[in-house]
Ligand binder design. Structure first.
Ligand SMILES: [Fe+2]
Length: 388
């Protein structure tokens, strides 16, 4: 039995060449934009200049904030918010991968509501933000799904907390322009890591104990699109059809995150990349994923069996066995993109496992609670050890 409430207010403008329609979608949102981006890729590709030119067409002046690093940190968010206040910014654009877009969301909340971003997080004071500036997302990767959800992930280096949080209606992008053409420059390994991030958003939403049909249909569809198209885009980044399929798979997965949400596998990964910022989120998910599924198998085999049959074409009538085959297929799929890395090779000492498990469990209790079998801190330790 299921009952649900679904809310997804973002206008999604999807398709090849849609970036050109940016002016008409931002017209009326203000006169001065903060364009939040990373340090180099949007400059090299020419996208940043293009966005600034497109904004000019409807009389919007741009201030570029290009200090965002992968796995964005609190200091950068607060610096961006200060700049936004000083420049009297009306709207915030995030251009790039998940990091610039998540930073744009956090800057928009902090610039409008004041103080430090951490004051509003559930571990840093849980203050309720008063308001947010309108957010516009232009993703250049197909993984995070942040263009279709209210969440942002920000790391506090002092406490080693890598926290994902949303602020309901305030932090959904007003508009997201999802144009697969701006994603073709993504190199093969990034193509794989970001696609696997999308895959795990959908997989986790599908096994979430609160899953329901609206979210299920998107989750299964998104996993199928990743499985059918990742190899093509990995071998030929310019294949626009494969890029389009992966871009939609990512946005669909973002919607499932909004509707249902991820489970403990994401919590465990935030532990890895919170303790070592160099760890790439998508790769961390792959390093943990098969072990995680193996660990929760007895509580989730019915749902994993469906993934096996529908996504990987497993023909097996016994659910427990079909679920085992699904995990094997997932491992084989990840192997194609060299994503099966043992956790010990990711640069975290084994002695950190206990502390890391306690930190992430405390931060992501809600994700543990919606995971089949409700894993505890001890279970987190065991999963890390299995994936070691
Ligand atoms: Fe993710």
């Amino acid at each position: 039995m299921y009952s649900f409430e679904a809310f997804m207010p973002t206008k999604i403008v999807f398709g090849k060449g849609k970036i050109e329609e940016l002016p008409e979608h931002v017209d009326g949102l203000g006169k001065k934009a903060l364009v939040v981006t990373g340090r180099s890729s949007t400059k090299k590709s020419g996208l940043l200049d293009r966005v600034v030119e497109l904004l000019k067409k409807v009389g919007i002046e741009s201030i570029v904030f290009d200090k965002v690093i992968p796995n964005p940190i609190l200091e950068t968010v607060n610096e961006g918010a200060e700049l936004a206040k000083k420049e009297r910014i009306d709207l915030v654009l995030g251009v790039g991968g998940g990091s610039p877009i998540d930073s744009a969301k956090a800057i928009s909340i902090t610039a409008c509501s004041g103080g430090s971003y951490w004051d509003y997080t559930r571990v840093g004071g849980a203050k309720k933000p008063k308001c947010a500036l309108p957010i516009v997302a232009i993703p250049t990767t197909h993984g995070t799904g942040t263009e279709a959800d209210p969440f942002m992930v920000v790391t506090n280096r002092k406490t080693k907390e890598k926290l994902g949080q949303g602020f309901g209606e305030l932090s959904f992008p007003r508009v997201s322009i999802v144009d697969p053409e701006v994603m073709v420059t993504l190199p093969p390994n990034q193509t794989a890591y970001t696609s696997m991030d999308a895959f795990y958003h959908s997989l986790e939403a599908f096994i979430n104990v609160n899953a329901y049909p609206y979210s299920d249909v998107l989750a299964l569809d998104s996993m199928k699109r990743v499985v059918s198209n990742l190899r093509i885009a990995y071998e030929n980044g310019n294949d626009i059809e494969a890029r389009t399929e992966l871009a939609w798979a990512s946005t669909e997965a973002g919607i499932t995150e909004t509707l249902t949400g991820v489970v403990a596998n994401h919590a465990l990964e935030h532990g890895l990349s919170g303790f070592n910022e160099k760890i790439i989120h998508g790769l961390g998910l792959c390093a943990l994923g098969p072990a995680f599924l193996e660990y929760i198998h007895e509580h989730a085999y019915k749902r994993i069996a469906i993934i096996g049959r529908e996504v990987f074409g497993v023909i097996e009538y016994d659910d427990k066995r079909a679920a085992q085959l699904a995990i094997k297929k997932l491992w084989e799929f990840q192997e194609l993109f060299k994503c099966n890395v043992p956790v010990r090779e990711l640069g975290i000492p084994k002695s950190d496992i206990e502390n890391m498990s306690e930190v992430v469990y405390e931060m992501f209790k809600e994700l543990a609670n919606v995971t089949p079998g409700k894993p505890s801190v001890e279970d987190f330790i065991k999963i890390y050890e299995m994936a070691w």
